[in-house]
Design a protein around this ligand. Structure first.
Ligand SMILES: [Zn+2]
Length: 170
């Protein structure tokens, strides 16, 4: 399978191709939508990579914050459908990150006795998502594409290796 640096390069190259394509296919050729899709693609590939299921370059990139991903790395088998699944993989990582952030914020704000701030943050977040539903979908699309730019090269490399091994035995 390709190494971390190769995956980074694939993510960046596909983002360069994706940016104008996203602008072309977005309704009313919105630059904001193109930026959201491309940004989400980069964040997904470079930070929320499928290879967070091992002690990878992308895992180390989180620095001290990689502790957030430690339970994920330990629980998810490497290259299983949970981490490398085309749609399920990136969406599960996003949900996992959301749950961890939710729990951390809840703990911190309740520890400093600012439950009121917690409630207003929740209201603002819900309203922002509701009012920008188009951009939220664009973000999810870019995020899934960022995962696909990792999973597909992994599958191709594995398939090629398997075929090569079978042919070399003949
Ligand atoms: Zn991988």
């Amino acid at each position: 399978m390709p190494g971390g640096h190769t995956h980074d390069m694939i993510t960046v190259v596909t983002a360069v191709v994706l940016a104008p394509a996203a602008w072309l296919i977005s309704p009313d050729h919105s630059l904001v939508t193109a930026f959201t899709i491309t940004g989400a693609h980069l964040v997904s590939g470079l930070l929320f990579s499928c290879d967070l299921d091992i002690d990878s370059l992308e895992y180390k990139r989180w620095g001290p914050l990689r502790i957030i991903w430690w339970p994920y790395k330990e629980a998810v088998p490497h290259r299983s459908w949970i981490s490398h699944g085309l749609i399920v993989g990136p969406l599960l990582r996003l949900a996992y990150f959301g749950v961890i952030m939710y729990a951390l914020l809840w703990l911190i704000l309740h520890a400093v006795d600012r439950a009121d701030l917690w409630r207003s943050l929740g209201r603002v977040a819900a309203a922002t998502l509701r009012e920008n539903s188009g951009q939220s979908y664009a973000f999810l699309l870019g995020f899934v594409l960022g995962g696909a730019a990792h999973s597909i090269p992994d599958w191709i490399t594995t398939g090629t290796k398997r075929t090569w091994n079978q042919w070399s035995k003949l």
